[in-house]
Design a protein around this ligand. Structure first.
Ligand SMILES: Nc1ncnc2c1ncn2[C@@H]1O[C@H](COP(=O)(O)OP(=O)(O)OP(=O)(O)O)[C@@H](O)[C@H]1O
Length: 339
């Protein structure tokens, strides 16, 4: 059985409609008006145990609303959710035992007590056996480099330290599922790397199922094979990251190194619509092209006509372009591929 099964899940919020200014506020007080804001349209989702899934989309797409329904914080407007067989909002306590959750913008740690004391409180709340607690604590302290701040209160921590402590706190009770909402937001490169390595290890070695929302493409590339893209409350793509790149990343670029300067080639290439030439040095240049218009061998043959190639390498466009196209509303999901 799949660890997360969602059928026809949707969520609408009532949003107040107010006219501007004091008059509008007064009017709303006596005759309140509301509209239904649909945050998540009926969607189906199946996640297998041990998967690591990125759930991405532009601002306001419905990512956090979905995660909040999965964690039991929000009650769905319609549909069903089974997380390890449990309905999260009906059995919140049971659900809490089997999930860890980190919301990048908030903390689950007690603000004024040392981190190690927060952990100890969580041990009691989740009734974690001594041996499990000690083994996990030692491993997390080591892997996340928490020794230097474990005796400080959450209030005194930097954002990167706080995120590491939050991540450890969410996993002390060995939950089979970990939800992460923007886990690396605002962090510097080295802390991001530490956190990514940690999540990867937990996923691979403990088979913890990870569902992650992020705007950071590095998180997706490093951590997730499967990508689900949500836009305006609907899932518009569900597949592997590799497939997304292959199917939707349109631009390719080939870098060439030639044995002697090829002036004729530069004129020829500049005249072809759809090919973009960048001269990098006397003997080095690149040609970018739309993979639906040209094949790589087309481009290489054109270059070979005018010069001797010493070396070349191809750069596929990265996932960033694809996600940007989704954000800009420009992703054509029906486009076909020229091989
Ligand atoms: N409590 C609420 N009341 C009213 N509308 C809400 C509420 N929570 C979310 N929404 C609306 O639902 C839509 C989806 O919001 P959600 O927070 O799920 O988006 P998101 O994809 O997580 O965006 P972001 O990347 O900005 O966090 C937005 O239009 C938002 O304004």
């Amino acid at each position: 059985m799949s660890i997360i099964e969602v059928r026809q899940l949707s969520k609408s919020f009532q949003q107040a409609v107010k006219e501007p200014g004091l008059k509008g506020a007064m009017k709303h007080l006596f005759v309140p008006k509301y509209i239904d804001k649909i945050a998540v349209k009926p969607l189906d989702l199946t996640i297998e145990a041990g998967e690591s899934v990125a759930y991405v989309g532009p601002n306001g797409a419905g990512k956090s609303t979905t995660i909040k329904m999965l964690t039991g914080i929000l009650v769905p407007s319609s549909g069903t959710i089974a997380v390890n067989g449990i309905n999260p909002h009906k059995k919140r306590m049971e659900n809490a035992q089997q999930i860890g959750a980190v919301f990048g913008q908030r903390t689950q740690l007690w603000w004024d007590i040392p981190i190690v004391e927060s952990f100890s409180l969580l041990k009691d709340i989740y009734e974690i056996p001594d041996t499990t607690y000690k083994a996990n604590l030692d491993m997390f302290v080591e892997m996340l480099g928490m020794n230097e701040f474990i005796h400080l209160s959450a209030r005194k921590l930097s954002l990167g330290q706080r995120m590491r402590a939050d991540l450890a706190a969410s996993l002390l009770h060995n939950p089979p599922i970990l939800y992460l909402d923007e886990p690396t937001i605002g962090l510097d490169v080295s802390v991001k790397q530490k956190i990514r390595e940690f999540i990867k290890k937990i996923n691979q070695e403990q088979r913890t199922t990870v569902m992650l929302t992020t705007h950071d493409l590095g998180d997706i590339e490093d951590l997730c094979k499967r990508l689900i893209i949500i836009d305006k409350g609907s899932i518009i793509y569900d597949g592997t990251l590799e497939q997304v790149k292959r199917h939707f990343a349109k631009e390719r670029r080939i870098f060439f190194q030639v044995t002697s300067p090829p002036p004729l080639l530069f004129t020829e290439i500049s005249d072809v619509t759809g090919l973009k030439l960048d001269i990098l040095s006397e003997l080095e240049f690149s040609i970018s092209f739309d993979r639906y218009q040209f094949t790589a061998s087309d481009v290489v043959s054109r270059v070979m006509k005018y010069g001797e190639i010493q070396d070349f390498r191809m750069e596929e466009s990265d996932i960033e372009q694809v996600i940007k196209a989704v954000y800009d509303g420009n992703l054509d999901l029906n486009q076909t591929i020229q091989v």
